[in-house]
Design a protein around this ligand. Sequence first.
Ligand code: ATP
Length: 512
Amino acid sequence: MNYDEIFPKIISHAKEYGFVFPSSEIYDGLGAVYDYGPLGTELKKNIMTAWWKAMTQMHENIVGLDSAILMHPTVWKASGHVDAFNDPLIDNKGSNKRFRADVLIEDQIAKYEAKSLKDTEKKAAKEGWEPGSVDYNGFLTNNRNAKKAQEVQARFEAALNSGDLSKLRDIIVEEEIADPDTGSKEWSDVKQFNLMFKTQVGATAEGAMDIYLRPETAQGIFVNYLNVQKTTRQKLPFGIAQIGKAFRNEIVARQFIFRMREFEQMEMQYFIKPGTQMEWFQYWKEARINFHKKLGLSPDKLQFHVHEKLAHYADAAEDIQFKFPFGFKELEGIHSRTDFDLSRHQEFSGKKITYFDPETQESFVPYVLETSVGLDRTFLAHMSNAYLEEEVTTAKGEKDTRIVMKFHPLLAPYKAAVFPIVKKDGLPEIAREIIDDLKFDFPVIYDEKDSVGKRYRRHDAIGTPFCITVDFETKDDHCVTVRDRDTMEQVRIPISEVKAFVAKRLNWRDVL
Ligand code: ATP
């Protein structure tokens, strides 16, 4: 299915089944803010649990933190966010709309790349080239549109590196990029816009202090480095992991939960000895991409992307990109941040922030390797990865389509649904007994409405891995039918074995 078709389907599926709702919907919503519904909350919680276990439970030297959203304003001076947390914005005078200049250019490059791929596929069909063959790859990187993509990319990188905003505008004008909605090409100059939300603490005008909603969770970790290191007595290398809300006044508020104004991050700062950063950079790149693969994201939808422009404090940075319905985009960032953050907090706070190495008897400011992943983007990656429209044959032999969310069972909102085949003859009571036994170990749901076929479809659509049916024979043989979401195969097993049967598919050892 083509991308333009699939994305709206995922968004409406998310709403229809209670995964994600627009915020304040009865008041027509608030741009780029979303609420998670009953099933979304479960899925999100399961993703958090997986990340938390992978970080803290699997590493003796990684500990957790839950720092406050509100922080002393000097934190954001020291971190550089007050002066440099900006997006380059451009106004379209024809439509009076505001855009991110870098995003307009990236979209233009993606358009050339998509055309290049289409041309290559056409040519390959004519010439009989296999995808991936020398001829295919040669044409893919050398056709007219591929060259155009490379040329714009090179100009874009040069413009970013020069810091000259007018060069971004030149690309937009020369490439004849238009407002996607109105087609207008009348562009203003490019200006920088700070993304932090400002608010105040204190009641009186004189006593009030301007503060910011944190735009990332990482700074809460840096300012607690000494507290955590002292109380846990960790030695380098060690990490601090945190999950929490972050806020950015994003201008390009589209693409559903991909880019939100209020979102959640799962960040881990790994404190290391200077000089070991490249080794740890490689380690965490591998560890993090494997995490996504093991939790079920298709390996062919994951790739690394090297940053065009390194932040001034970073000496290496790569993104893990996921192929969202609108193309490969950043899911997670892996950054080698040197001693920038701790040194800056040392400078601005006047407090010594160092580590004493008992082996070398030296004190120094540790280097930091960061892994930073968006919880909401991971959620969207799993929604897009799991969503499948599958042709099936019904019990009556007719062709039908089912929508199935093939989540990893550990991520699925409910692990099992239990049905009595009819609502009488003591079958609901048996089903309830099974629920009462399973509910201590997994989230399970009782369902007695509609035909069993309809109930299967309903649970396929929310990704429930197992449907357990109690039928008339159950009373005699104490067995139930367990139907597998993915294969649709059914097996009959004793009620006493149901818990172990489900638990086998919920083994953290398989994913951590
Ligand atoms: P982008 O280039 O897409 O704006 P970024 O490079 O600014 O992202 P980081 O500051 O590295 O992102 O943040 C780390 C992670 O936090 C990102 O990889 C992403 O998953 C998530 N994230 C950042 N901004 C948002 C947002 N507005 N909405 C949802 N998730 C976000």
